[in-house]
Design a protein around this ligand. Structure first.
Ligand SMILES: NC(=O)c1ccc[n+]([C@@H]2O[C@H](COP(=O)([O-])OP(=O)(O)OC[C@H]3O[C@@H](n4cnc5c(N)ncnc54)[C@H](O)[C@@H]3O)[C@@H](O)[C@H]2O)c1
Length: 321
């Protein structure tokens, strides 16, 4: 297959590209390197002649106009993500995420098959308001508690993206599926996410060890499992037109236990210092994966301890010193 991965130099994107290339597909990455890195990991993936990288800003019509047509699969991952970005510049998050999705909407042709990356944040307001149960399925109302709060700029942009891509594809008879990621983690994901952030503090020997939101619960999904789910959804005709939750429901953990796991993996001995959770983050998050399982037979494979060990080792090797 010829596969186009938009935002493919980023965290999930590069893991997806590596897997697609290993499966024998030819892959073209488009990325503006605003967050994705032109680093050693990218160089290893690009050493495969089946992988091509194009530098381009997907908010610009000219980038889309220059893209070849006739892809077997198109994955849209390009977005501005992360609480820090959202708090610092919510207008940028809204502008980039929606503009990229709207360009894709206008660019889709009837023979295309598209994956759009969305997020559990689109329904987080419904969990907070008590109208959505946890584990959470796709049938709960998407809900933004406060449009004026910077934090919700990301959820708002992704909700618009879901509608744009699903309706845009349907309008021309193309196939599109929306995957809502739930706390995906793994090597090369930047330093802001809780697993790398804790890993780096453990490497520095922080003691007492700060644990913001110690009593919150999350279900972390290793990026290899997330990639497997994406690939299976794109291979499943019945997934077209659907919104599907992607994550790992096998092991929920509270953040204090995650901190203990990171410290154990690091071989560090520190006392935990619980701190308040970041403002606006949900108390508990876990996807109901019934729909993903019914459609694709997916089962999460990477145990939390294994995934955290592998992620910790990557950060130790790349960031220590
Ligand atoms: N990691 C998670 O747990 C998670 C959770 C929910 C949703 N998602 C979604 O999955 C997707 C991938 O997330 P990620 O964690 O890999 O993020 P990431 O920031 O690592 O990857 C996004 C990539 O998009 C690129 N990009 C941004 N703006 C661009 C533009 N205008 N033109 C071209 N490229 C651009 C960035 O340089 C980066 O390489 C995003 O759409 C995100 O919203 C991720």
């Amino acid at each position: 297959m010829r596969v186009l991965v938009l935002g493919g130099a980023g965290f999930i994107g590069l893991h997806l590209v590596r897997r697609l290339a290993a499966d024998g597909h030819s892959v073209t990455v488009v990325d503006d390197f605003s967050r994705g890195r032109d680093d050693a990991d990218l160089a290893v993936v690009c050493a495969d002649p089946a992988v091509e990288v194009v530098t381009g800003d997907l908010t610009r019509a000219a980038t889309w106009a220059a893209l070849p047509r006739g892809w077997d699969q198109i994955y849209l991952l390009a977005a501005v993500v992360g609480v820090r970005n959202v708090e610092a510049d919510p207008a940028r998050v809204v502008r980039i995420n929606t503009t990229v999705a709207l360009h894709l909407m206008d660019w889709i042709t009837p023979t295309d098959q598209v994956f759009f990356s969305s997020t559990s944040e689109v329904y987080a307001g419904a969990v907070d308001a008590g109208v959505a149960a946890v584990p959470t399925g796709e049938d709960v109302p998407a809900m933004v508690a406060d449009v004026t709060a910077p934090r919700f700029a990301y959820a708002t942009s992704k909700l618009l993206g879901e509608a744009a891509v699903l309706h845009g594809a349907r309008a021309v008879g193309a196939r599109a599926v929306v995957g809502r990621f739930h706390n995906v983690y793994g090597p090369r994901m930047g330093a802001d996410h809780v697993v790398p952030e804790m890993s780096l503090r453990a490497i520095r020997g922080e003691d007492p060890f700060r644990v913001p939101g110690a009593d919150q619960y999350r279900a972390f999904c290793h990026v290899d499992d997330a990639v497997e789910a994406m690939i299976r959804l794109m291979a499943t005709g019945q997934a077209a037109g659907e919104i599907v939750h992607i994550g790992n429901d096998a092991e929920q953990t509270n953040i204090a236990d995650l901190a203990k796991l990171v410290l154990r993996v690091a071989g560090a001995h520190a006392s935990l210092r619980p701190e308040p959770a970041p403002a606006g983050s949900v108390h508990r998050r876990c996807p109901d994966l019934g729909k993903l399982r019914r459609l694709t037979g997916y089962q999460p494979r990477v145990a939390l301890e294994d995934g955290v060990s592998q992620t910790f080792a990557w950060y130790r090797d790349h960031h220590a010193g």
